[in-house]
Design a protein around this ligand. Structure first.
Ligand code: ADP
Length: 489
């Protein structure tokens, strides 16, 4: 396969990533697919497009590698994960530039993601050593009870394009630490980041077959092969709720263990008693990080009436000042959306809201520079029945909703089918306790807008999914508990 003309910076070390990584080998697909820079449209690479049969073979490779990998001591696995972690940090700048080129996020955010992604490898390298079982006080004199925790087996990961490295390391770090082997399928929009990570895994000494990256545009077929295979014992997915539900159904026949990190619809509540500087800053970060393309981005911003006018004026002024452009350029804070389809979806939500009575305070349309750019937007006058309240926006659009009482806003915040993250800005301790307990979400951030971190469990309730990633809990997804009962002679 020839290396195509590319708009990746020529100094990068990840230039030649056009093949999938299976059983420690770089393999071609049955055909190729194009990866383009969402800011410029330029071709970055033509990558191996694997067939469903090749996906199946990669599962075989992971199954073959399993006995030796799971037999290693936790310390041995940990040492390899730590080397991998160090290599991510040593290559942080190249990884970040590759990410900005294929995903579009501003370079500063890409650098941040590389550090965040690496932190999962370090965290799980440590947690590997703490997969404790327990000795259970006996109930009968002649018997002894204990538990041991063992790797589930082969795991598969299906990951999205919005955090192309962190969503992968959050899964593979835990899987490999637990003693599982893994086949990972990155999104077709961002395969280069995943392949770069595979290259570093190889250099770190991850044995062949222990970590495989399969690139394909045939996502549904790949998903079916992965779900149907009896060799696969765990499926860890991050992506849309619709696809998550489909995978859940598909895994029923082989009874896999599932970790599903699906869509959110985060409410951000700002009370009259909030520190307004913090609330404005927090809403900006929560809403506009990654151009609004994160599953924990504030989707609905509820502002109490006493602070509404001041908050709205200050927030809108800041949004109007956001610099939109190619994430590789200095000072840009809002990059492109991932695709033309994403721009159309965001615009549909804005049009629907406007048709039903919402008002534009700033933005309100695709950006005049064209391509995949959307204007940072603030809407007010949001009311029941608008699609923007019920759907994940996944773009730089902030709907503001005025409210009067805590009880009213809590009911509205919870009135959705999903529950991933929620944000509260208040200085009242009792209110904080009532809301952290009352909000139906897997994550509540109080006076903070960046809750995701390797040491804490990330995941949702309701239709936002199953299981937790990161934290002490992240390892559990890849471990089975075995109970041992010994009768004494
Ligand atoms: P998004 O809308 O953010 O792209 P998706 O859920 O469509 O979210 O994609 C997340 C991941 O799921 C990607 O790797 C994508 O290729 C994959 N995917 C999409 N459809 C399917 C499917 N039917 N089966 C398995 N994986 C899928």
């Amino acid at each position: 396969m020839s290396v195509p003309k590319t708009s990746l910076p020529p100094t990068l070390r990840f230039q030649d990533l056009d093949r999938a990584y299976v059983a420690g080998q770089w393999i071609a697909g049955t055909t190729t697919f194009k990866v383009n820079n969402p800011a410029t449209g330029e071709l970055l690479a033509e990558v191996a497009d694997l067939s469903p049969e090749q996906i199946d073979q990669s599962i075989d490779a992971a199954a073959e590698a399993l006995p030796a990998w799971s037999a290693k001591t936790a310390h041995e696995r940990s040492a390899i994960l730590k080397k991998w972690h160090a290599l991510l940090l040593a290559n942080a700048e190249s990884l970040a530039q590759t990410m900005t080129a294929e995903q579009g996020k501003p370079l500063a955010e890409a650098r941040g993601e590389v550090g965040y992604a690496a932190s999962f490898l370090e965290w799980f390298a440590e947690e590997a050593k703490r997969a404790y079982g327990e000795v259970i006080p006996t109930a009968f004199a002649g018997k002894r009870y204990s538990t041991i925790r063992q790797p589930c087996g082969v795991a598969v990961a299906i990951t999205p394009w919005n955090f192309p490295i962190a969503m992968l390391t959050r899964k593979v770090g835990a899987a490999l630490a637990a003693g599982c082997t893994m086949v990972a399928k990155p999104a077709a929009e961002t395969p280069l980041c995943a392949l770069a990570i595979a290259k570093l895994a190889h250099e770190a000494g991850v044995p062949p077959g222990v970590f495989n990256v399969v690139t394909t545009t045939r996502a549904a077929e790949a998903g079916e092969v992965m779900c149907r295979s009896p060799k696969v014992r765990v499926l860890s997915f991050t992506g849309s709720t619709a696809v998550g539900k489909r995978l859940y159904r598909q895994c029923a026949d082989t009874m896999k263990k599932l970790a599903l990190e699906l869509g959110g619809n985060a409410p951000l509540l700002i009370f009259d008693d909030a520190d307004i500087d913090r609330a404005v800053e927090g809403a900006m970060i929560s809403k506009f990080r990654n151009a609004g393309q994160t599953c924990i981005c504030a989707n609905r911003i509820y502002v109490q009436s006493g602070i509404y006018a001041e908050f709205t004026a200050r927030f809108t002024q800041k949004v109007a000042a956001l610099k939109v452009g190619n994430g590789a350029e200095d000072g840009v804070v809002i990059g492109p959306l991932i695709s033309a389809k994403a721009v159309q979806k965001v615009d549909r939500l804005v049009r629907d809201a406007l048709a039903k009575g919402a008002k534009v305070l700033v933005g309100g349309a695709a950006h005049t520079r064209g391509g995949h750019f959307y204007q940072p937007t603030v809407l007010e006058g949001i009311g029941a029945g608008m699609d923007i309240l019920g759907e994940e926006i996944f773009g730089p659009v902030a709907p503001l909703i005025r409210f009067e009482t805590e009880a009213e806003v809590l009911a509205k915040a919870n009135d959705v089918s999903v529950g991933l993250a929620a944000y509260v800005f208040t200085r009242d301790l009792s209110r904080t306790i009532r809301l952290t307990e009352g909000l139906q979400s897997g994550i509540v951030a109080v006076n903070d807008s960046v809750p995701a971190v390797a040491v804490a469990p990330f995941g949702g309730v309701k239709e936002s999914g199953l299981g937790r990633e990161g934290g002490r809990q992240g390892l559990d997804e890849f471990l089975d508990t075995k109970y041992v009962c010994i009768g004494l002679a």
